[in-house]
Design a protein around this ligand. Sequence first.
Ligand SMILES: Nc1nc2c(ncn2[C@@H]2O[C@H](COP(=O)(O)OP(=O)(O)OP(=O)(O)O)[C@@H](O)[C@H]2O)c(=O)[nH]1
Ligand SMILES: [Mg+2]
Length: 328
Amino acid sequence: MSTMSAKMSRSSRRRKHAVSQLNLMVVGFRSLGKTSFIRMLFDTLCVRKNAKEEAKLPECLFQSAETAQDAETARTKELYSFTLDVEEEGEKISLTLVDSPGFVRDNELRLDVQVTEALRYIEAQFDHTLAEETKVKRNPKAQDSQIHACLYFIDNANNGLTDKDIRILKRLTARVNVIPVVAKADLLTTSQLANLKQAIKSDLKEHNIPVFDFPIDEEVAEPEVAEVVTNVQSYIPFSLVAPEDATITDPSTGEKIRGRQYAWGIIDCLNPKHCDFVVLRNVLLSSHRKLFKDITLEVFYEQYRTERLMARKVLGSIDTYTLRENKT
Ligand SMILES: Nc1nc2c(ncn2[C@@H]2O[C@H](COP(=O)(O)OP(=O)(O)OP(=O)(O)O)[C@@H](O)[C@H]2O)c(=O)[nH]1
Ligand SMILES: [Mg+2]
């Protein structure tokens, strides 16, 4: 092995052991299962060391949202985030999950304010990077708090995207990688879900909404995973089912599963035949993680940075103009 390649393999080995940061956010209308999704994802994570105890975790992760009288207390009232040190396929990830309050359906003004608040949060993370970049002495250990992917929850009671969805998605897709998901997929039959997915896909296309476009060339995917997930794009929007609190056992194996029970049978939330959770989880944490981060930095952050610098320039020229005006 030449010294050069030895050096490179050493540095790539080091990179492999370096902790990678990943920040995910969920947004959407009220009560679509955003917090339930965060809870389920949290439940399937392999948390390193005693990080589970160390990290300050939000109470809602351990609360039930099942009963009707709990609905009001279970509602997410403000945006919160928490960070976990996890290990996924041998890679260390510092994972931050951001949950946001559901958008209201019946008040357009309030809705716009809520979307602005979500966007402000995303932009505030860009501001952190911008501030760090302009420092004379940069902190090499500066945290990357940028939101790398944002799941947009779509109400399965509609026959596709509503005008409000379209308006919100247009604003979000200008700032972040948006991944559309259909929550509570258990409430739909197989053909209803297929029709809804198709309707959402054509609405996205018709209105030119640039949600995250999964590359057809699936080189980014791990080889063994690629067998299962040949074309991630075809899954969009991902269907999700969150488990209920009750203990559910698979009648065929007698094992405890994360699922939902009905009079006619059970759903296993981790079964790829029942919903797309496992596929989406793999896309987020493994196969497309780096791509989400690269696009965030190279496209969304760059765009934001340019806008900010332009705005500053304009403000600056106004300042010199007024100064000159005042002098004369
Ligand atoms: N049938 C079904 N119900 C679900 C599913 N996921 C969540 N729920 C239920 O839907 C209700 C709302 O769930 P949450 O996770 O609190 O929804 P949310 O989007 O966080 O709500 P807000 O924070 O108010 O916006 C709860 O009663 C959940 O039990 C699902 O996959 N299927
Ligand atoms: Mg919530």
